[in-house]
Write a protein that binds this ligand. Structure first.
Ligand code: GTR
Length: 433
């Protein structure tokens, strides 16, 4: 038995190393040359599929918005179910945190469907000083367990499968004490709390473990229906769809918690979780604001530019992220009926923040900027606001407004700089009252 598990660990480490090397090789051979970006025409945000123009917000919300949402569901992320048959919430732990700055609450969200169940562990820090309607909150999933956000010893160690962390050489797929606080640079909790915001986070693997298992584990197990021959529908949800759905289930809980002002919740995510926060914000209008940190391909970046990571590459490396239909567009981005400017348009008129990093060419910073810029017509129609920059701004010159953008110096990460800008922006719309 022991020998077997040693063998398994060696095999897992070997295959991880191999996939890591394969990924690096892909990154090296991708196109980073602006002159080689193919010619493309973006689908128009304000023209319906039948060719009629959208003239006002009523037509946008009644016709064009549902049409675009359906296209993303059919062709990109897949369709998600509604709320499960049964949901229950249990506060499993609470206490004072950070010398009285906040209250910590850990809530078990139990979802049941078709005789099966799934638990999501929500970690909440709520500022002690908050208004009558509760605190505004920033909600985001995390990559490696709630216990990695802070070295607060009261945070429950997650017992689910953990994605091995190539950056730190950890191939262990179980949470360990040693991992406490290892993501704290990405979650400056005390700074956020001092500014008056609550933080809500859950481990994304609680909703769906991030590996390709044929869509059998996580929340897929609760809902997936297979047709003849065990086939899934070509528009059945992938993992990004499940994580976004999980954010909405957390929002269901926040609506019941009077310590939180659920009308003032911003959803944030980095990288694959940035793709997730955009898709969650696009579908669920209860999210007051949406932040995409370095979300790249399948997130804020225009697919048609095929710069850095492409549709074909992402589908090959992460076959479980999108729906099966998305593969039709491998190398055929021009035939996609949508592009990511339309995903951002679905968030309008709610404030949206797209952030890129200069050295994160794999995520195509210019493509992220251009997607946001091309959401201008919808934002203008609904709010009168547009992105206050005609061309891509210089490094570390943020453009802040209802539509916000920055290109930070440095690489693929969430840093103090990013948070500083997000909080400045959030203060304008959902800040302290
Ligand atoms: C990369 C992937 C990106 C991004 C990133 C992450 O390997 O190619 O699309 O999602 O992972 O989530 O860290």
């Amino acid at each position: 038995m022991k020998r077997f598990s040693v063998l398994l660990t060696v095999l897992l480490a070997g295959s991880l190393l191999f996939s890591h090397m394969a990924l690096r090789a892909q990154e090296a051979e991708a196109n980073y040359n602006e002159a080689k970006v193919p010619r493309y025409t973006l689908p128009e945000a304000l023209v319906c599929l039948d060719g009629s123009a959208v003239a006002d917000s009523q037509q946008w919300f009644a016709r064009r918005r549902p049409e675009i949402l359906k296209l993303f569901r059919d062709q990109v992320y897949g369709h998600a179910p509604g709320r499960p048959e049964d949901v229950s919430y249990r506060v499993v732990e609470s206490g004072e945190a950070f010398d009285g700055l906040a209250v910590r609450k850990q809530v078990e969200i139990k979802l049941r469907q078709g005789g099966k169940k799934l638990s999501v562990g929500l970690l909440l820090y709520i500022p002690t000083e908050r208004g009558k309607t509760g605190a505004p909150a920033i909600l985001g999933l995390n990559f490696a367990g709630n216990h990695t956000l802070s070295d607060d010893p009261a945070i429950i160690l997650n017992t689910n499968w953990m994605r091995p962390r190539k950056d730190s050489g950890i191939v262990d797929n179980r949470a360990t004490e040693a991992a406490r606080g290892t993501s704290s640079s990405r979650w400056p909790l005390e700074t956020i709390l001092r500014r008056g915001y609550a933080v809500a986070s859950a481990y994304y693997g609680d909703i769906d473990p991030d590996f390709d298992d044929g869509f059998r584990n996580g929340v897929h197990a609760l809902f997936d229906k297979r047709g003849g021959g065990g086939q899934r529908a070509a528009d059945a949800w992938g993992s990004i769809g499940t994580w976004a759905w999980g954010l909405s289930r957390i929002m269901d809980y926040l609506e019941t918690d009077s310590d939180i002002d659920h009308a003032r919740v911003a959803v944030l995510g980095h990288s694959r979780l940035g793709k997730t926060s955009l898709w969650a914000g696009a579908q669920d209008q209860r999210f007051a604001m949406v932040i995409s940190n370095n979300s790249g391909c399948g997130g804020a970046a225009l697919s048609r530019r095929a710069f850095g990571e492409t549709v074909a590459r992402i589908n090959e490396s992460f076959p479980h992220w999108f729906c099966e239909n998305f593969r039709q567009y491998d190398g055929r981005e021009n035939s996609l009926p949508v592009d990511q400017h339309l995903l951002l348009s679905l968030i309008a008129p709610r404030p949206v923040y797209v952030a890129s990093a200069e050295d994160d060419r794999w995520a195509d910073p210019r493509g992220e900027f251009l997607a946001l810029k091309n959401a201008d017509p919808v934002y203008f129609l609904l709010s009168g606001d547009t992105l206050a920059a005609a061309a891509m701004p210089q490094v570390n010159q943020p453009v802040i407004g209802r539509m916000s953008y920055h290109l930070r110096s440095g690489g693929h990460d969430v840093t103090a700089y990013d948070w500083d800008k997000y909080l400045q922006w959030a203060d304008r719309y959902i800040g302290r009252r």
